[in-house]
Write a protein that binds this ligand. Sequence first.
Ligand SMILES: *Cc1c(COP(=O)(O)O)cnc(C)c1O
Length: 231
Amino acid sequence: MADRQQALARNLQAVRQRIAHAAESASRDPASVTLVVVTKTWPASDIRLLAQLGVQHVGENRDQEAAPKAAQLTDLALEWHFIGQLQTNKVRSVATYATVVESVDRTRLVRTLDQAALSQNRRLRCLIQVQLDSTPGRGGATPTKVPELAQQLADSQLLEVAGVMGVAPLGEDPLVAFGRLADVASELRRDHPEAVIISAGMSGDLEAAIACGATHVRVGSAVLGHRPPVG
Ligand SMILES: *Cc1c(COP(=O)(O)O)cnc(C)c1O
């Protein structure tokens, strides 16, 4: 466990340095970038070590895995970001622990999320996941659908339209993809000035994301190591 803590501390420091350098290169305050550590496939014990190292935001992409981990860690003041494709039958569970749902991409999901938030009496910050490639089916709303989803969130009772999330497509320059996301984000802010979050960038492309204005980066393997194969 001591070895694991040392490895996580070292990796975390390296990632924080990358974030700081990228922010400085973009003439941005490093404090304007929030690190969300993506802990999918790693045990709750790792999350506890990360919390001891100052991590406040964690990201998970499967409710079956995230719900039991969150239940074991209720003593920690963590913000849980749900970052995976969200099936409507998982929404009630996700609404019990998530503070941010980053993968809102369809109107039916907004309705279900609002109902779940109401039954828990919890506010949920929502990001609209924007599809940045032309291959449908990998999650995310097309940029043309964003205004409608944003209005639906704004009209809901307990959901907040907090910004956008995107994943750069493989094989494309991430600066170009994240540039498109930044354009979608600035258009969104014209109607919803409170929607200031841009969640973009992972272990391999966080610098490009920060150059394009990301306020949140979602980093997994650079902190935790290469994920064990999902069983
Ligand atoms: C797994 C995942 C990440 C983290 O990816 P790494 O390459 O391990 O940093 C970020 N965002 C989403 C949506 C993910 O599913």
